[in-house]
Design a protein around this ligand. Structure first.
Ligand code: NDP
Ligand code: GDR
Length: 341
């Protein structure tokens, strides 16, 4: 039975990846931060019905002794490093924490692999945010990077350290440059989920308006379930490499609103408001990925269309607010209450 160690297992991708690996008969271990709210932290895994099927080990990415201890305890065949401070807007408020967790935390994992389990295959969760102020209209593995936030700068450091460990120590270390991917398990602070949650509240008469920031930005959105398949495929290759994972279609926040509100039979213009406080100090205006290399080398293609993804999210949020799944859900803050966008 192959063994996988997943950091960030309590997050959106970690939960879907754990589900995929269990279905493939892996023994799945997850690094989990200690929390005073441990019963809530595991909610995504519970939502997928797999909380009791994974082994959770306490530790923290910023603590090298944690990563070494866990590597020694598990001796995994594959390591998926998904843990991060992953919210771009928060990275301006907490730049040092973001650099420590998202940047140096990756090196703590790489060091633990190098010291304890150098034969393990390593996956790094790199990001399309590294392209930032885009240098080419369609981004590939060869497009130069131009990070626009403390988050993106931290991810870029982690990305190059992954490449460096591959080239310096011969480690099987791959980086997935993933474009935005969403699901009903997406954190409420990200724009897709904020919108689908807002649609649900408005539909059910719990709210009248939804306040957003920049409606002109465009993103290449896919489904998280499709994207974790790509992570696994990367580690099954004989030679480690870096891959762009994207759909090849970009959509504005405005059009996202149109799709989500119309799914519930609502007009988005009647409800969406823009507010300065939701704007970012520096914006990534457009992202559009070319996943040709992943298609050719991994045989990976995305299966879910944006409209179907948004429909699934709206339905899930309506169900949540109807209270059908109240006990099985992550704790949420109401959309629009955060000062940050
Ligand atoms: P989430 O924010 O949902 O999950 C982040 C995970 O990291 C959580 O499990 C969180 O734990 C954990 N974490 C945070 N800080 C620490 C720490 N100090 N030590 C250990 N674990 C920690 O992110 P996603 O699932 O959406 O993304 C997964 C990864 O992929 C992230 O690295 C993200 O930056 C990257 N990425 C995501 C994309 C997307 O569109 N979703 C696109 C490209 C890259 P806790 O539950 O305790 O907070
Ligand atoms: P992003 O995702 O920053 O691309 O990072 P997010 O959904 O937060 O923002 C996407 C775009 O929407 C605009 N926007 C708003 N965003 C939020 N969150 N809230 C709002 O009210 C709002 N209004 C407009 C933003 O300005 C932005 O242009 C995500 C994360 O998962 C990262 O970890 C990952 O690396 C990248 O995707 C790829």
């Amino acid at each position: 039975m192959p063994k996988a160690l997943v950091t960030g297992i309590t997050g959106q991708d970690g939960a879907y990846l754990a589900q995929l690996l269990l279905a493939k008969n892996y023994e799945v271990y997850g690094l989990m931060r200690r929390s005073a709210s441990a019963e809530i932290i595991g909610e995504r895994l519970r939502w997928l019905g797999i909380l009791d099927h994974v082994h959770l080990i306490d530790g923290d990415l910023i603590d090298l002794s944690s990563t070494i201890r866990i590597m020694d305890q598990v001796k995994p065949d594959e390591v998926y490093n998904l843990g991060a401070q992953s919210f771009v807007a928060a990275s301006w408020h907490q730049p040092l924490l973001t650099g420590t967790v998202t940047g140096l935390g990756t090196v703590n994992m790489l060091e633990a692999v190098r010291i304890v389990q150098p034969t393990a295959r390593f996956y790094q969760a790199s990001s399309s945010e590294m392209y930032g102020k885009i240098q080419e209209p369609v981004q590939t593995e060869r497009t130069p990077f131009y990070p626009r936030s403390p988050y993106a700068a931290a991810k870029l450091y982690a990305h190059w350290m992954t490449v460096n460990y591959r080239e310096s120590f011969g480690m099987h270390a791959s980086s997935g440059i993933l474009f935005n991917h969403e699901s009903p398990l997406r954190g409420i602070e990200f724009v897709t989920r904020k919108v689908t949650d807002g649609v649900a509240r408005i539909k059910l008469g719990l709210a009248k308006e939804l306040t957003l920031g920049n409606l002109d930005a465009t993103r290449d959105w896919g489904h998280a379930r499709d994207y974790v398949r790509a992570m696994h495929l990367m580690l099954q290759q004989e030679v480690a490499d870096d891959y762009v994972i994207a759909t090849g279609r970009t959509t504005s926040i405005r059009d996202l609103c149109r799709i989500a509100f119309s799914h519930a039979g609502l007009e988005w213009q009647d409800h969406v408001r823009q507010h300065e406080s939701m704007m970012r100090p520096a914006e990534v205006e457009v992202l559009l990925g070319d996943p040709s290399k992943a298609r050719e080398k991994l045989g990976w293609v995305p299966l879910v269309q944006l409209e179907d993804l948004i429909a699934e999210m709206v339905e899930a949020d309506i169900a949540r607010h109807r209270g059908r799944q109240l006990l099985a859900l992550p704790r949420e803050i109401p959309a629009g209450t955060s000062a940050a966008a």
